[in-house]
Design a binder for this molecule. Structure first.
Ligand code: NAD
Length: 349
């Protein structure tokens, strides 16, 4: 059994669906179901004993401890977070609470659980912390991509809170010997992403004939990875990563935001012809907007033999197609009905 936090979010959903397809091992999903948690994403697993959902907050150390003692997981994959940069600018408090205090509470629960395991179980246990490339801050145009040794220079309340959690995770390895692993991944895209993030926002707005808002000049560069490739990298790090190490995860896909939006418009045009490009609207830039992120993923490729399965071209095509095929999912999220689904279908365990 493994414990995942934040398993009803975008990456968590994809991770759990992949996990259940590829393994017989149980997966316990602890999620607070904030606006970003959508349990309906996992409706296909209803009645499947391999996935156990439990509603709760990672800040609730007593609850986490009780879960660890009851289910005895061999690993924790920590994904729960407040994850949206714009929200962190308007309301940083939740980010400090979940991303910093929550990670601290989870580490405390894990440390006490781990120290009482038998020696073989102790050696086998892993705490895998899922972090982001945004903790490294902004890169100059010509600078080499972030390696694992790049210093932490976060610029938004979101990235600052993630960097703080990275430091706590590191400290629990050096101080207590807790076998931790940290991953720093670039921007993810794919199925089930909440339509507040760039790619699903552009797809859903374009289909609705709404403006496609581009911050500043749209030349901010991000490195993109298809979500299922992120999931395969996490599984690889979990099984083969060295405790105390950090691993960058990326797809060598640096692209300016504006180029991404044009690509989406081009793909949409092949399915439903319309002048989507005309919807592009430039808006005032985000305060403190990082200019460029780029991930050097050579360590995970070299040491763990991981490589992404998708190129950007194949991943973005699949993603646009998924949103076209899942208009009900989008409507449910936009109307807020996905929250009602939980009230009706979840027994409150
Ligand atoms: P998300 O916002 O889609 O999902 C977050 C999940 O965490 C939600 O299900 C939410 O209900 C849950 N959650 C929030 N606060 C909680 C709490 N206090 N207790 C329990 N559950 C809580 O996020 P995501 O995009 O799936 O990202 C998952 C992780 O991956 C995050 O840690 C994020 O920093 C990291 N990451 C994301 C990206 C990306 O591009 N999305 C890239 C690199 C790293």
């Amino acid at each position: 059994m493994i414990l995942i936090t934040g398993g009803a979010g975008f990456i968590g959903t994809n991770f759990i669906l992949d996990w259940v397809r590829q393994s017989d091992e149980g997966i316990l999903n602890l999620d607070k179901l904030t606006y970003a948690g959508n349990l309906q994403n996992l409706a296909s697993l209803a009645g499947n004993p391999q996935h156990i959902f439990t509603h709760g907050d990672i800040c609730d150390q007593e609850k986490v401890t009780a879960l660890l003692n009851r289910y005895r997981p061999r690993a924790i994959i920590h994904m729960a977070a407040e994850s949206h940069v714009d929200r962190s600018i308007h309301g940083p408090e939740d980010f400090v609470q979940t991303n910093i205090t929550g990670t601290f509470r989870l580490l405390e629960a894990a440390r006490h659980y781990w120290k009482d395991l038998t020696p073989p179980q102790k050696a086998h246990f892993r705490f895998l912390h899922v972090s982001t490339d945004e903790v490294f801050g902004s890169l100059d145009q010509q600078a080499p991509a972030f390696t694992e040794n790049h210093c932490l220079r976060p610029n938004s309340p979101y990235s600052a809170s993630k960097a703080a959690s990275d430091c706590l995770v590191r400290a629990y390895f050096h101080t207590y010997g807790l076998p931790v692993l940290t991953t720093h991944c670039s921007n993810n895209y794919g199925a089930y992403q909440f339509p507040e993030k760039l790619i699903p926002l552009m797809i859903t707005n374009a289909l609705a004939g709404k403006p496609l808002p581009i911050y500043g000049d749209g030349q901010q560069i991000r490195d993109w990875l298809y979500v299922n490739d992120h999931c395969s990298a996490i599984r690889r790090v979990l099984e083969q990563g060295q405790p105390g190490e950090t691993y960058n995860i990326g797809g060598w896909n640096e692209k300016p935001n504006l180029e991404i939006v044009h690509t989406i418009c081009d793909i949409l045009q092949t399915y439903r012809p319309a002048d989507y490009h005309a919807l592009i609207t430039f808006i005032t830039d985000r305060p403190g907007h990082d200019r460029r992120y780029a991930i050097d993923a050579r360590k995970i490729e070299r040491e763990l033999g991981w490589k992404p399965a998708e190129t950007f071209a194949t991943g973005i095509e699949k993603t646009v197609h998924w949103y076209l095929e899942n208009q009900d999912w989008v409507a449910n999220v936009q109307s807020g009905d996905y929250r009602k689904w939980v009230e009706i279908n979840y027994d409150g365990r």
